[in-house]
Design a protein around this ligand. Structure first.
Ligand SMILES: Nc1nc2c(ncn2[C@@H]2O[C@H](COP(=O)(O)O[C@H]3[C@@H](O)[C@H](n4cnc5c(=O)[nH]c(N)nc54)O[C@@H]3COP(=O)(O)O)[C@@H](O)[C@H]2O)c(=O)[nH]1
Length: 776
């Protein structure tokens, strides 16, 4: 427009000149006198000059106006752009040190102008002033092309705000020195805020314990933090630009990772646990969160992965899960897992219409193993037993350890109950072979097994377990190393058993026990050389209970220890009283000792105390131990027996022949007497052709060769007695000689026989059995 105006003015000026130039030509062509003519010319010239001056003046005036308008317009544009950009205008006079800042507004009249003398009324924050002056100095020294400074200045509301100032020299002194600088100032408060936030975010990411990785839309690494490097072993340089599949692990199949990517793409996020592979090839389990981040202005999103290493936590969880479900000693499922599997098995059996069986197995006399051999060996026995059981039952079946020495085997998909019994029999047979504890040490232990069946006996896991347990107790009571299937009557028995156990615990202090004594007669001369002390329990609640009923219970519940101690004291006390009443000091008393008592390390102490209290010599006492106790614990038995031998107390092996010991092995044990079990004596035939006769004969012969005394138990008939005498058996015990007698009665019996044999010995030096027998 300025240009247009200018060209228009030019046009106007051009035509005026042309117009003025034609005036003299018209005047010269008339008939005027010379003076007039000259005057006329002069007037014309004056007019032309005046006109030209006027035209020039007007033209200059117009040009000036146009220039002013143009300047004003430029200024206005500048003003508007300053206003629009929210920038300030400033100028600094180096001579007066006056800083003028102007907030430009569309209407100049409203401009906000602030003057300040730098020294007296600083607009610049005192902390930043030196830095600003330094930058100014550098600019004036020509070290920077423009003056640039970011510092705090007073805002309109009197608050400090960060401003970015740009400026240049705009005025010089005559000697060329800068005297004024001017420029713009921009409020960078929010930019600084953003930058600060960006820096904080970067620092946070840098210092985060979580591994952070930013991926581009193609799942390539854009950046990672140090925690990522620490977790994966990959530095930022290793991974940036690489596909995130670099850290995929083979623990997941490729489809898993593809699914995760799809989920993030489609849903914007994915949360879950993911195995990743470290640079060294090891794996790490990450609790991962992957979020899609939309970038403003960018078409492609970014993905931010935040991951925590939970490998250790996972391991601990696994361990806890294992501990919660498995027995750490044997590695077998525990009671909890058994209950779970049993429930599942019941559901399956119900669906298929099949049967299932639960076998409850308890190791016989396991308590003794722990007591005698120590818990470490006990643990090895349990491990070996668990393995043996699993081997017999089969790896595909659930064998569980439910407590101490109790195991179960779950047999599914049975068609007949007999299959369960057959399996139980296989287990019993398998346990006949010794368990191998290590290269040198073998150990034999038998189980007792109870069986319960679904659906016959119970419908729920707890009942099946309870009934199998009940059946197992009955198998124990039936003599151990056997299996029994649950029957309804067993539950009643079990309640009675619980009552008996509770009464047994108080039996000594209540004085409900007494001893009876059964004489043992020397077959060669009829003397009563020994008596066996036999325990009786007269319970006010339960009546008279036989020892073979209550002693296994007392052994199971541990009550046998105080009971056994009482028996020893009472037997010794009675013998001492008999001696005072005239019984030969050659007479000894034999006392039955249970496995638990024997394996308790303080039995020698108890025996010693009983002998001391009754002033009896050790030779007056014999301890009877069953063959099975000695054989099952051979090593510890040898050690304990040796202690008794050193003490002078004899040892008899009770119920001999019922177990599986070899006589050769017995030779190594410090024992004195073998008691042939009544079962063999029952079958004795004078003709000598029964199996029992052969066994008895062999036992007697071998015992003799080993220098052991032989006592035949349960002798009831004269034929048996004759046979035993013929075989040179040393002693006989049984109803034929005498049933177990109360202490007083036994004393009378012994004194009678003593007198009789003494009289007979005087009259007839050669003793005959018949004569040696007590009078009827
Ligand atoms: N740990 C302990 N065990 C003990 C104690 N007292 C007894 N017992 C054991 O209890 C079992 C049964 O004993 P009991 O009912 O006393 O039976 C004994 C005899 O009465 C019986 N016997 C003896 N002679 C005959 C006979 O001619 N016929 C026949 N039918 N029975 C007879 O035998 C039992 C003696 O057994 P044993 O001990 O094997 O010699 C029994 O195992 C006892 O050991 C105790 O204090 N502690």
């Amino acid at each position: 427009m300025g240009k247009e105006l200018f060209s228009a003015a030019g046009t106007i000026l051009g035509s005026a000149q042309r117009t003025l130039a034609t005036v003299p030509a018209v005047a010269v062509s008339g008939n005027l006198p010379g003076s007039h003519y000259l005057l006329l010319v002069l007037v014309a010239l004056v007019l032309v000059l005046a006109g030209t001056t006027l035209i020039n003046y007007r033209r200059r005036e117009r040009v000036q106006r146009e220039h002013l308008s143009e300047t004003h317009e430029r200024e206005q544009r500048l003003r508007l752009s300053l206003w629009a950009s929210n920038e300030l205008y400033w100028q600094y006079d180096l001579r007066s040190r006056e800083l003028e800042t102007t907030r430009v507004l569309p209407d100049q009249a409203n401009d906000l102008v602030v003057y300040s003398i730098l020294d007296t009324n600083p607009q610049i924050h005192p902390d930043d002033l030196q830095d600003v002056l330094q930058r100014l100095r550098e600019y004036l020294q020509g070290k920077s092309a423009i003056f640039l400074s970011e510092h705090r200045m007073l805002g309109d509301a009197g608050q400090w705000q960060w401003m970015l100032l740009r400026g240049r020299a705009v005025e010089y002194s005559d000697d060329g020195r800068v005297v004024r600088i001017a420029g713009t100032a921009r409020n960078v408060e929010s930019l600084r805020e953003l930058e600060s936030q960006r820096q904080i975010a970067a620092k946070v990411m840098h210092s985060m314990a979580e591994s952070v990785a930013v991926l581009d839309a193609q799942f390539h690494f854009v950046t990672v933090n140090p925690a990522f490097s620490q977790m994966t072993g990959y530095t930022a340089e290793d991974v940036v630009g690489e596909d995130a599949a670099l850290i995929n692990s083979t623990r997941h199949d490729p489809q898993f990772y593809a699914d995760v990517r799809n989920a993030v793409r489609n849903n914007g996020s994915w949360v879950g646990n993911m195995w990743q592979q470290r640079k060294d090839g090891s794996v790490v389990l990450c609790a991962m969160q992957c979020n899609q981040i939309e970038q403003s202005g960018a078409a492609a999103p970014l993905y931010v992965l935040v991951a925590n290493d939970i490998t250790e936590r996972h391991r601990i969880e696994q361990e806890l899960r294992y501990l919660a479900n498995f027995d750490t000693l044997t590695g077998l499922p525990n009671r909890t897992l058994l209950a779970e599997r049993l429930s599942r098995a019941i559901v399956n059996a119900r669906r298929k219409g099949n049967k299932l069986a639960l076998l409850f197995l308890d190791l016989d006399n396991f308590k003794d193993v722990n007591d005698s051999l120590g818990h470490a060996t006990g643990d090895r026995v349990l491990r070996a037993a668990a393995q043996r059981l699993q081997d017999v039952v089969g790896a595909e079946r659930t064998v569980a350890r439910v407590s101490g020495d109790e195991f179960t085997a779950l047999l599914e998909d049975l068609h007949d109950a007999s299959e369960a019994e057959a399996c139980a029999q296989r287990i019993l047979t398998a346990f006949d072979a010794p368990l191998r504890l290590d290269d040198r040490f073998e150990f034999t232990i038998t189980p007792s097994i109870g069986i319960s069946l679904f659906p016959e006996h119970a419908q729920v896991p707890t009942d099946l377990l309870k009934y199998a347990d009940t059946a197992m107790y009955h198998a124990k009571a039936a003599g151990k190393r056997t299996c029994m299937c649950y029957t309804d009557s067993m539950a009643v028995d079990l309640r009675r058993r619980a009552h008996l156990i509770s009464s047994l615990r108080r039996v000594v202090e209540r004085g409900e026990l007494r001893l009876v004594f059964q004489p043992q007669q020397v077959l060669a001369d009829g003397r009563i050389d020994a008596v066996e002390a036999l325990l009786r329990w007269d319970s006010p609640e339960h009546g008279s209970i036989q020892p073979d009923q209550f002693i296994p219970l007392a052994e199971d519940c541990g009550a046998i220890l105080p009971i056994g101690e009482w028996v020893l004291q009472e037997a010794c006390r009675t013998l001492a009283a008999w001696q005072r009443a005239g019984v030969s000091t050659q007479l000894s008393v034999s006392v039955n000792v249970s496995a638990l008592q024997f394996l308790r390390s303080d039995l020698t102490q108890t025996v010693h105390a009983a002998l001391t209290q009754s002033h009896l010599p050790p030779s007056a006492l014999e301890l009877e131990l069953t063959e099975s106790v000695l054989m099952a614990n051979a090593d510890v038995a040898t050690e304990r027996l040796q202690a008794f031998r050193e003490m002078g107390v004899s040892i008899a092996v009770d119920d001999f022949g019922t177990g599986y010991s070899s006589l050769a092995y017995l030779h190594r044990l410090p024992i004195n007497t073998l008691k042939i079990d009544k079962a063999f004596v029952d079958g004795l035939q004078l003709s000598g052709d029964s199996e029992d006769t052969t066994i008895t004969t062999t036992i007697i012969a071998m015992a003799r060769s080993l220098g052991l005394l032989v006592v035949a138990e349960g002798v009831e008939t004269p034929e048996q007695l004759t046979f035993l005498q013929q075989q040179h058996c040393d002693l006989a015990q049984g109803y034929l000689i005498s049933p177990p007698l109360e202490a007083d009665a036994c004393l009378r019996f012994i004194l009678d026989v003593q007198q009789h044999t003494a009289r007979h010995a005087l009259a007839q030096p050669t003793t005959h059995l018949d004569q040696a027998l007590p009078p009827a």
